[in-house]
Design a protein around this ligand. Structure first.
Ligand code: BGC
Length: 357
């Protein structure tokens, strides 16, 4: 007997409607599932992860990522919930940088600086989605950022691929090419809450980073790579986030909590474990692996409670934290930082894995 040759129906990745944008274009939602029961929802609007379930110590799955239920809610106001961040993750001082003989001015959307790619970064555009079914379902998202878009030079062709793996991890592969010298720093802005709700201060964090980047009052790195030893920035051993978040430290005051870039002790560009976070009550624990040299740990200090979805979900102060793997903020203006320059003929690549244990 030969096996039935009928095409297998798509089962591990399902597309549904996610609402309509002001210009009439439609947004879609893709639901990725694996055999364990983990479910990750991704919209092609901003490439945002809108929800993500993970098991607690009893195997009970609950949503651990902050997000909304329709695209209209994202447009109405989202602090980058789950989104792809680009062309440049985090801040560029004065929104200005120079490449060769040309100086580029970006939109100033964060006080005197440019943040997360400008007014309309990669978090606010519709990506072209290509789903692939399988035991490890995949969603490939593509976007062409035009030469001059948000002030950046070069047509930048970007692809971001989400793969939900069998071992309860989500792998994010980033790739980009340009036709003119430009700068690139891509990341993902998921707000995690492994307890499924409430303040995130009881989470316990480990970062394999012996240095962090102190910042100015407007959160631009000063250029120093300061040792974490003996400070509230030391997460080299598992430490409760709430323990140092209210410290009188000037750096904590500038960030209103943690909002800094940690530099990994291991500077290799291979995919390596760089940190872990757990919620002792639920027993949920997540490991982070990346090819990037640094991570922005943001403890949700600017969340004010004004973010509300139609579904009634609201997200008050410090109810989510981000672990944004990336190059350092403001690298285009700081020659001593690892370069974020991308030239024609080169391919930018970056991989990050968030794995639940
Ligand atoms: C930044 C914060 C900013 C947040 C946006 C983080 O990556 O470091 O300063 O407020 O994104 O919500």
């Amino acid at each position: 007997m030969t096996a039935c040759s009928k095409e297998k129906p798509v089962t591990n990745i399902v597309k549904s409607d996610f609402g309509v944008l002001a210009d009439g274009s439609k947004a879609d939602l893709y639901t990725l599932t694996n055999a364990n029961g983990m479910e990750v929802k991704v919209t092609n609007y901003g490439g945002a992860i809108t929800s993500w379930t993970a098991p607690d110590k009893d195997g009970k799955y609950a949503n651990i990522a902050l997000g909304y239920e329709t695209v209209e809610d994202y447009v109405a106001g989202s602090p980058y919930f789950g989104a792809i961040i680009g062309r440049y993750g985090n801040r560029i001082a004065g929104g200005k940088f120079t490449l060769g003989d040309s100086t580029y001015q970006l939109p100033l959307n964060d006080g005197p600086n440019s943040l997360h790619g400008g007014e309309k970064g990669f978090d606010k555009v519709l990506w072209t989605a290509t789903p692939a079914d399988g035991e490890e379902p995949q969603l490939k998202l593509s976007y062409l950022a035009k030469d001059g878009e948000q002030g950046y030079p070069g047509n930048l062709q970007v692809t971001v691929t989400y793969t939900l793996q069998k071992d309860n991890s989500l792998k994010i592969d980033y790739e980009a090419t340009t036709d003119k010298e430009t700068v690139v720093n891509l990341t993902n802005h998921t707000y995690f809450n492994l307890a499924g709700g409430g303040a995130i201060t009881d989470h316990v964090l480990t970062l394999d980073a012996d240095r962090f980047l102190p910042v100015s009052e407007t959160l631009i790195p000063t250029g120093e790579r300061r040792a974490v030893a003996g400070t509230v920035f030391d997460f080299t051993r598992a430490t409760r986030i709430g323990d140092g978040i209210g410290a009188g430290d000037e750096q904590i005051r500038f960030g209103k909590g943690y909002d800094h870039c940690w530099v990994f002790t291991d500077s290799s560009t291979t995919l390596k474990p760089v940190g872990r976070v757990s919620d002792p009550k639920s027993g949920r624990e997540m490991e982070v692996l990346t090819t990037e040299p640094a991570i922005q740990f943001y403890s949700g200090n600017f969340m004010t409670g004004e973010y509300k979805g139609k579904g009634g979900r609201s997200y008050p102060y410090r109810t989510g934290f981000c672990l944004e793997t990336q190059h350092y903020p403001d690298s285009p203006n700081q020659p001593s930082f690892p370069s974020t320059l991308l030239k024609p003929g080169e391919t930018y690549t970056s991989t990050t894995v968030y794995r639940f244990l």
